[in-house]
Design a binder for this molecule. Structure first.
Ligand code: ADP
Length: 198
């Protein structure tokens, strides 16, 4: 814990939001590997950008190339991964951008922490559960990860050798099986419109 540091106040969130004419938001996608998080996040980001709504996607693999390149997949590292992403998505949210995160984020406690970090600063946070049966995810397996996990080449793989704790009270629950990517993204868009986020 650093000492001798002092918080320097920013422009207030409401002042920033009035000037930019946009509200910040974090849309937190969670689900098994290959459930469709990144694909849906991309479709949603494109939709928002086409409407001139500033949006930025934070992606599971991508942040591990940079910000979180020092972290692996043990429970402690997964916790730290999610904690850092939460802080980064908060910054985007506070800047009045719509942050869309697509991380497996398998532990309820971590997602709860992400929510609390946002809500304690009055930054809106919505959780979206991208739900597919593991058999569907395993059949898709675009990166061959399930196969490697079954062979024991990848250890601590969510759904195979590490737990996935499904959300019980996510704001949006998308069963991403037998629907198109566009239909899945539309479910989120409908919610954003209904709640007047956009
Ligand atoms: P994740 O980010 O959750 O690991 P991806 O977005 O990479 O998952 O999607 C995994 C695979 O599933 C990709 O090949 C993607 O094209 C496919 N996919 C995603 N959504 C659907 C859908 N609704 N129907 C069929 N295939 C889908």
């Amino acid at each position: 814990m650093a000492t001798n540091i002092t918080w320097h106040p920013n422009l207030s969130h409401s002042e920033r939001s009035d000037l930019l004419k946009q509200k910040g938001l974090t849309i937190w996608l969670t689900g098994l590997s290959a459930s469709g998080k990144s694909t849906i996040a991309c479709a949603l980001e494109q939709f928002l950008l086409n409407k001139q709504i500033n949006s930025y996607r934070l992606d599971g693999d991508n942040v591990r190339f940079g910000l979180n390149k020092d972290l692996g997949f043990s429970e402690a590292d997964r916790n730290e991964n999610i904690r850092r992403i939460s802080e980064v998505s908060k910054l985007f949210n506070d800047s009045c951008c719509i942050a869309i995160t697509s991380f497996i984020s398998p532990y309820k406690q971590d997602r709860q922490l992400a929510r609390e970090l946002h809500e304690k600063d009055n930054l809106p946070f919505i959780e979206v559960y991208i739900d597919v049966p593991i058999e569907v995810a395993e059949k898709r397996d675009p990166k061959g990860l399930y196969k490697k996990a079954r062979e024991g080449i990848i250890k601590e793989f969510t759904g195979i050798s590490a737990p996935y704790e499904a959300p019980e009270n996510a704001e949006i629950h998308i069963v991403n099986d037998d629907i198109t990517v566009e239909q899945a993204a539309q479910q989120i868009i409908d919610y954003l419109v209904e709640k007047k986020f956009i």
